[in-house]
Design a protein around this ligand. Structure first.
Ligand SMILES: [Mn+2]
Length: 418
C-alpha cells in the first residue's frame, strides 16, 4: 500500500477506488471482479465492431476491384495522414486498385519533407488549377484519410466532378455527413495510423520485413502514430499495441533520420514572433504572428507546441495569414494545443469561430490539438502596399482575438466589454 498517492491514502475512500489506483500504477495487480467483467465486455464489444469494420472494408475493396482511387490528403499533410494513405494504397493494390495520393498545398514541416524524401513516399501535389485539367472520369472513387474533406482545397471540385466517395477513414470528430461507400470514423482513437495498423494486423496486408516498401511504410506509420500522440506520451492502449506490432517491421535508423531533421530559419522566426506577441489570459496563451509564406505554414503548430510549454499556460493558440504569392491565395491558419484534459479542441474551435455561409465550420480538432482556417477571400493579395497589408492583418488579428477572448473570459455586461 506504500505506493498509494497521498490523496488516496484515506482508508475510508473505499477499496474499489484504492484498487483502481493500484491497477493503474502497478500493472499485474489483481482487479476487482466487476471491473474485469465490465472491461471484458467492453473489449469483446470493441472486437466485434472491429471485425465488422474489417469485413466491410474487404467488401468495399472487392466491389472496387480494378478501379482507380484518388486519395485526398489535407492541404498540409502530416505524418499520420501520409503514412495512413500509403498503407491504404498498399492494401488497395492487392485488389488491383491503383491509387494516387494527392495534396493541394505544401509539405511544410521539416520532418514531413524528410519523411517523404527518405521513404520515397508516393505523393503528388495537385494544385486546383492542375486538377481542373485532369480527366477525373478515370477515377471511380475518392478517399479521405485523416481528414473529412474540410481541410482540402480540392474536395469541392472533385466531388463536384462526380467522383464518388469510396472511403472516409479518420479520427477527427465528425465534420458533416459524407456519403461514402465505406466509413471508419473513430474520434476516440489517437491516430489514423493506429487504425491502419489494426487493418494490417487483421490481415488486410501481410507485412514482410524483406520488402523494402513494407519496412518504409511501417516506419512511416510508426512516425505517424508517434507524432499524433506527442511521441506516445498521450498514447492509449490501442496506440501502444499498434506500435508494438510495427516494431517488428520498422527501421529505427530511418525513423531517427526523419526525427533529426532540423528546424528551418522560418520556423525559428515564427516561434520568436509568437513569443513576442503572445498575450496571456486565464492560462491561455494567444499569439497572432502576422504573415507567413505558404511553405512555412507548419511553423504555426510548431509555435503553438512551444507556447504551451510555458509555466501556468494550459492552452496555446497561434495564428497568422499564410499567403501563396503565385496563386494569390490567402488564408488565416491557426493552431491550438492544450494540456487541459477538460478542454475539447474540437468544441472550442467550433464554438469560437462558428460556421461559414455554407454551414461549414472553420476547423475542428482531435484530442489535445486542433486547427482552423479562415479564408481571407475578397481581401486577399495587394500586400505590396504595406499599409494595406498592415490594416488587413490588424483587422483579422482583432477579430480573432475578440472571438477567442469572448470564449476564454466571457463578459456578460456589454458596458465593460472593452
Ligand atoms: Mn491524425
Amino acid at each position: 500500500m506504500k505506493d498509494h498517492p497521498p490523496n488516496n491514502s484515506d482508508e475510508t475512500s473505499g477499496n474499489r477506488e484504492a484498487e483502481v489506483v493500484l491497477s493503474a500504477s502497478a500493472p499485474g495487480k489483481r482487479r476487482s471482479k466487476a471491473e474485469v467483467v465490465s472491461e471484458d465486455n467492453h473489449a469483446s464489444h470493441r472486437e466485434e465492431l472491429h471485425d465488422r469494420k474489417i469485413e466491410q472494408l474487404r467488401q468495399m475493396f472487392d466491389r472496387h476491384k480494378g478501379n482507380r482511387h484518388l486519395i485526398l490528403l489535407q492541404d498540409f499533410p502530416d505524418p499520420d495522414a501520409l503514412s495512413s494513405a500509403w498503407a491504404y494504397k498498399l492494401i488497395a493494390e492487392q485488389y488491383d486498385i491503383q491509387c494516387e495520393m494527392i495534396y493541394a498545398g505544401a509539405l511544410s514541416h521539416q520532418e514531413n519533407i524528410a519523411l517523404v524524401k527518405l521513404t520515397g513516399l508516393p505523393l503528388q501535389r495537385w494544385t486546383l488549377e492542375m486538377t481542373k485539367t485532369k480527366d477525373l472520369s478515370a477515377y471511380q472513387g475518392c478517399v479521405f484519410i485523416d481528414n473529412q474533406g474540410t481541410t482540402c482545397n480540392l474536395t469541392e471540385f472533385i466531388l463536384g466532378a462526380g467522383v464518388p466517395i469510396a472511403a472516409v477513414i479518420d479520427h477527427h470528430s465528425l465534420q458533416g455527413e459524407m456519403n461514402a461507400d465505406f466509413t471508419d470514423l473513430r474520434p476516440e482513437i489517437r491516430a489514423t495510423a493506429t487504425i491502419f495498423t489494426e487493418y494490417l494486423q487483421a490481415g488486410m496486408l501481410t507485412l514482410d520485413g524483406n520488402v523494402s516498401q513494407h519496412v518504409k511504410c511501417a516506419t512511416a506509420l510508426m512516425h505517424g502514430l508517434r507524432s499524433d500522440t506527442n511521441a506516445l506520451r498521450q498514447a492509449e492502449e490501442e496506440d501502444f499495441l499498434a506500435a508494438a506490432y510495427l516494431s517488428r517491421f520498422y527501421d529505427p535508423q530511418l525513423l531517427n533520420a526523419v526525427l533529426q531533421s532540423s528546424r528551418s530559419k522560418w520556423v525559428m522566426d515564427a516561434i520568436e514572433r509568437s513569443l513576442k506577441h503572445r498575450i496571456l489570459q486565464n492560462n491561455f496563451s494567444i499569439a497572432g504572428i502576422g504573415y507567413l509564406r505558404y511553405d512555412d505554414r507548419d511553423s504555426i503548430p510548431q509555435a503553438a507546441d512551444f507556447l504551451v510549454t510555458e509555466e501556468n499556460v494550459h492552452t496555446a493558440v497561434v495564428y497568422g495569414i499564410v499567403h501563396d504569392k503565385d496563386e494569390e491565395i490567402e488564408v488565416v491558419i491557426g493552431s491550438l494545443r492544450t494540456n487541459k484534459l477538460t478542454l475539447d479542441p474540437d468544441e472550442f474551435i467550433k464554438e469560437a469561430f462558428g460556421q461559414d455561409a455554407q454551414g461549414r465550420f472553420f476547423g475542428g480538432g482531435r484530442s489535445q490539438a486542433g486547427g482552423f482556417e479562415i479564408p481571407v477571400g475578397f481581401l486577399s493579395g495587394g500586400n505590396e502596399n504595406s499599409d494595406y497589408a498592415r490594416h488587413k492583418w490588424e483587422v483579422f488579428d482583432a477579430k480573432i482575438k475578440h472571438k477567442l477572448l469572448n470564449l476564454i473570459s466571457p463578459k456578460d455586461n456589454p458596458v465593460y466589454d472593452h
